[in-house]
Design a protein around this ligand. Structure first.
Ligand code: U2F
Length: 449
C-alpha cells in the first residue's frame, strides 16, 4: 500500500490518556486508508494498548520515557511524569525522524495529547497543522481556558483562600474555585505537570483544531462558548461508544463477570474503583469499609495490591459472603453488567464516560486534576450522582450516599438522568451525530479526506 499522507500522533503515556487518543486514531485510520498514522508513545504504555490486532495504517512507535536506562524505575507516578517531560520533545523528535526515514514520508500533521504543548512548536517548524487532543471533558478544558480570569477573580477576593463562584464562566455557574484543577494556580513550587498545563493554555490558540473525548450535547453552553474561542472545537466522543471495532470478548480471568452473574438482583451491586493512579488514604479506606459493612450491599472492588494491606483487620473475611476484591477489573464490562447499581469513583473522565455509557449513577470521591470539577458536573449539572459529604469518605457520609442511590426516589431519578444522557451520547456517535460529523470535519481539516 502506498500512503499519500503521514500523520504523527503523540501520546501522553500516563493515567488513561493514550487509550482514548488511540481510539480516535483507529476511527480516523478506518476512514482514511490512504493515510499512515505513526503512534508515538512510551514502550510501557504501547505494550498495554496494542495487542495482536493488525492495523494496516497505524504504526506503533516507542519513545524514550525519560527514566534512567538500564535499571527498573521505582519512583512515583508524578516523578515518572516529570522525567518524561524533561526528556520531551527530544524523545519525540528522535522517534519522528526515524519514522520519516523508514517510511520515506514526511509527517504532514501532528495530532497530540493537549498536554504536549511543545508539539505546537514542532508543528510550526514543519509548517503543518497542530491538533491537540483533550482526553477529558469540556468543563475542565474550559476552566483552563479561563485561567487568567479565574486568577484575577481570586486576586479580587478578600482572602486568596475564599471560595468564589465561577459565575463568569459560561456553563460553570454552579461550580466554585474549590472545584478547580489545582494546576490552574501556579505557585512557587509548581509541579512539572502544572507548568505543562499552563503552557498548554498559552499554546492552544495556535492549534488548527481542538479535539475532545466528549460530546457536544452533554455541555451545550460550554460547547457554544468554546466554539467561539477556537476556529475548530471538535467533540468526537465518547470513545467508549464510538469504537470502530466491536469490543473483543474478555476471558474473565478474575471471575468478576461470573461473580456478577451469580448475583440475584439487577442493579444491586456497588462497583468501586479509583482509576489507574489514585489510592485513597488509609483513614478513608477504613471509613469506606465501615460504610460497606454497615450497608451490606454486594460490592465489587478494584483495589490495588498495596491498598489491600491498609484495610481494617478482618474486613476481607467479614465481607467475603457479599464482597469481591480484585487488583484489576474489566471495568467496562462490569459497568455494562445488569447487576451493577452504582459506581463509587474518583471521577476520572474515562470512568465517568463508561458509567454514562452503561447508565450507572456515581458516588464521587474526587482527588486531583479535573476530578473535582467532573464531580461537580456529575452532581449539579448532569444530576447523575452525588459527591461524598465534605469531599472525603466518612462512615456516615458513605452510608448516606449508598442508601440514597440504591434505595430512594432521588437515586432512581439519577438513574433516569444517566439513561437520558446515554441516549444523547449514543446519538452523538451515530453516523449522522455531532461527534461523527466532527471526526469527518477533522479528517477534512488535516487533508485526509
Ligand atoms: C487520568 O485518569 P485515570 O486513569 O486515573 O482514570 P479514568 O480516566 O477514570 O480511567 C481509568 C480507566 O482504567 C480502566 C477504566 C478506565 O478506562 O475502565 N480500569 C479498568 O479497566 N480496570 C480497573 O480495575 C480500573 C480501571 C486522570 F487521573 C483523570 O483525572 C483524567 O480525567 C483522565 C483522563 O484525562 O486521566
Amino acid at each position: 500500500m502506498t500512503f499519500k499522507l503521514h500523520i504523527g500522533v503523540l501520546a501522553f503515556p500516563f493515567g488513561t490518556h493514550a487509550a482514548p487518543l488511540l481510539a480516535l486514531v483507529r476511527r480516523m485510520a478506518a476512514s482514511a486508508p490512504h493515510a499512515l498514522f505513526s503512534f508515538f508513545n512510551s514502550a510501557t504504555s504501547n505494550a498495554t494498548l496494542f495487542n495482536a490486532t493488525a492495523h494496516d495504517n497505524i504504526r506503533v512507535r516507542d519513545v524514550w520515557d525519560g527514566a534512567p536506562r538500564g535499571k527498573p524505575f521505582t519512583g512515583s507516578h508524578f516523578e515518572a511524569i516529570g522525567l518524561f517531560l524533561e526528556a520531551s520533545p527530544g524523545n519525540f523528535e528522535t522517534a519522528i525522524r526515524e519514522a520519516e526515514r523508514e517510511t520515506g514520508l514526511e509527517i504532514r500533521c501532528l495530532i497530540t495529547d493537549a498536554f504536549l504543548w511543545f508539539s505546537s512548536d514542532m508543528a510550526e517548524k514543519r509548517g503543518v497543522p497542530w491538533v491537540p487532543f483533550w482526553t477529558a471533558a469540556s468543563c475542565s478544558l474550559s476552566s483552563h481556558v479561563y485561567t487568567d480570569q479565574i486568577v484575577r477573580a481570586i486576586e479580587s477576593t478578600e482572602t486568596a483562600k475564599q471560595e468564589k463562584a465561577l459565575s463568569f464562566i459560561p456553563g460553570l455557574e454552579m461550580a466554585t474555585t474549590a472545584d478547580l484543577p489545582p494546576e490552574i494556580f501556579l505557585g512557587n513550587n509548581a509541579s512539572p505537570l502544572a507548568i505543562t498545563i499552563n503552557k498548554m493554555v498559552e499554546h492552544l490558540p495556535r492549534s488548527t483544531a481542538v479535539v475532545l473525548n466528549s460530546f457536544e450535547e452533554i455541555d451545550p453552553i460550554i460547547t457554544k462558548d468554546l466554539k467561539s474561542k477556537f476556529p475548530n472545537f471538535l467533540n468526537v466522543g465518547p470513545s467508549i461508544l464510538a469504537s470502530a471495532a466491536p469490543a473483543a470478548a474478555i476471558a474473565d480471568e478474575t471471575g468478576c463477570l461470573s461473580w456478577l452473574g451469580s448475583q440475584n438482583r439487577p442493579k444491586s451491586v456497588v462497583y468501586i474503583s479509583f482509576g489507574t493512579v489514585i489510592t485513597p488514604p488509609e483513614n478513608e479506606l477504613a471509613a469506606l469499609c465501615e460504610g460497606l459493612e454497615t450497608c451490606r450491599f454486594p460490592f465489587l472492588w478494584s483495589i490495588k495490591d498495596h491498598a489491600m494491606k491498609s484495610l481494617p483487620n478482618g474486613f476481607v473475611d467479614r465481607t467475603n459472603s457479599f464482597g469481591k476484591m480484585v487488583a484489576w477489573a474489566p471495568q467496562q464490562q462490569i459497568l455494562a453488567h445488569e447487576s451493577v447499581g452504582v459506581f463509587i469513583s474518583h471521577c476520572g473522565w474515562n470512568s465517568i464516560s463508561e458509567s454514562i455509557a452503561s447508565c450507572v449513577p456515581l458516588i464521587c470521591r474526587p482527588f486531583f486534576g479535573d476530578q473535582k470539577l467532573n464531580s461537580r458536573m456529575v452532581q449539579d449539572s448532569w444530576g447523575i450522582g452525588v459527591r461524598v459529604e465534605g469531599g472525603v469518605f466518612t462512615k456516615s457520609g458513605t452510608i448516606q450516599c449508598l442508601r440514597e442511590l440504591m434505595t430512594t426516589e432521588k437515586g432512581a431519578k439519577m438513574r433516569e438522568n444517566v439513561s437520558l444522557l446515554r441516549k444523547k451520547a449514543v446519538a452523538a456517535v451515530d453516523s449522522q451525530g455531532s461527534s461523527s460529523k466532527n471526526v469527518d470535519k477533522l479528517l477534512e481539516i488535516i487533508g485526509a479526506r
